[in-house]
Design a binder for this molecule. Structure first.
Ligand code: C5P
Length: 237
C-alpha cells in the first residue's frame, strides 16, 4: 500500500455531477473515495457506478448501518451488490453480520463518531466509566473484532490504543483529520494526518480540508505527505 492508497476522500456533496467532478480532479492523489449518507440519499445507488467510471480505484460506502438484524442484513446484501470495497455499520451491531458472506467488501465497525466528546456521551446517558471516548471506542472495537470486522473507524486520538487491541493487520480508519492550522468544524476529536498515522492508523478520512481548500489537489497532496511522514515514525513490526 502506498501512502496515497491510505487517503480516503469523503465525497460529501449532494449531486452525482459534483461527485464525478471531484473524482476526476482528485483520482491521481486519492486511494479511496467515500460515498456517505448525503450523496447516497440524494443521488441514489447508481452514484456508486458513476464514481467508479469517473476513476475511483476503490469505493467506501459509508452508510453506518444501525437497525434491526433483518433490515441490516438486507441492506448489507444490497450494499455489497453495488461492488464496493468497504462498508460500515455501527460497531455494536457488527455481530449481526458475523456469519454473512460479504463478497469482496470489507466491513468496518464505527466505534464512536468523531463529532462526539465526553460531554455528549454524558448527555446521551453513558455511565461515567464510558464517558471517556477512548473507553467506549475500545469497548466497541472489541465487539467489532469479535464479529470478524476487517477493522474499525475511530479518531486518531484512539488509534494507538485500538491498534494495540486489534493487532497489526486490522484496518484502523481515522476521520476527524485536520492540518495543524485547520478549522475543526463540527468535529471534536481531531488530529493531524501525520500524528494519526504515527499512532497506528491504516487510513485517514478527509472531507472539508480538501474539498473547501483553495487548491484541493494541493491539499490532497499535503495530506499524502503527512501520511508518509507519519508512517516513517511507525516502528517496524
Ligand atoms: O469534512 P470532514 O473531514 O470532517 O469529513 C469527515 C467525514 O468522515 C464525513 O464524511 C463523516 O461522515 C465521516 N466520519 C466521521 N466520523 C466518524 C465516521 C465517519 O466524521 N466516526
Amino acid at each position: 500500500m502506498t501512502p496515497r492508497d491510505r487517503l480516503i476522500f469523503a465525497l460529501d456533496v449532494a449531486t452525482a455531477d459534483e461527485a464525478e467532478n471531484l473524482v476526476r480532479l482528485l483520482a491521481p492523489e486519492v486511494g479511496v473515495f467515500k460515498v456517505g449518507l448525503e450523496l447516497f440519499v440524494s443521488a441514489g445507488p447508481e452514484v456508486v457506478s458513476r464514481v467508479r467510471r469517473a476513476g475511483a480505484k476503490a469505493i467506501f460506502l459509508d452508510l453506518k448501518l444501525h437497525d434491526i438484524p433483518t433490515t441490516m442484513r438486507a441492506a448489507a446484501r444490497s450494499a455489497v451488490g453495488l461492488g464496493v470495497e468497504l462498508i460500515t455499520c455501527h460497531a455494536d451491531q457488527a455481530g449481526i453480520f458475523a456469519d454473512m458472506d460479504l463478497g469482496g467488501a470489507k466491513l468496518l465497525g464505527v466505534t464512536v463518531l468523531t463529532s462526539l466528546g465526553g460531554e455528549e456521551l454524558e448527555a446521551m446517558g453513558y455511565p461515567p466509566e464510558l464517558q471517556d471516548p477512548q473507553a467506549l471506542v475500545l469497548r466497541r472495537a472489541a465487539l467489532a473484532l469479535a464479529a470478524g470486522c476487517a477493522g474499525v473507524v475511530c479518531s486518531g486520538r484512539e488509534a494507538a490504543a485500538v491498534r494495540g487491541l486489534l493487532g497489526p493487520e486490522a484496518l484502523v480508519v481515522c476521520p476527524g483529520i485536520r492540518p495543524a492550522s485547520g478549522e475543526a468544524h463540527d468535529q471534536k476529536r481531531v488530529m493531524t494526518p501525520e500524528r494519526a498515522m504515527a499512532a497506528g492508523a491504516s487510513h485517514i478520512v478527509v472531507g472539508r480540508p480538501i474539498r473547501t481548500a483553495p487548491d484541493p489537489v494541493a491539499a490532497a497532496q499535503a495530506m499524502v505527505q503527512g501520511i508518509a511522514a507519519g508512517l516513517a515514525q511507525v516502528p517496524p513490526a
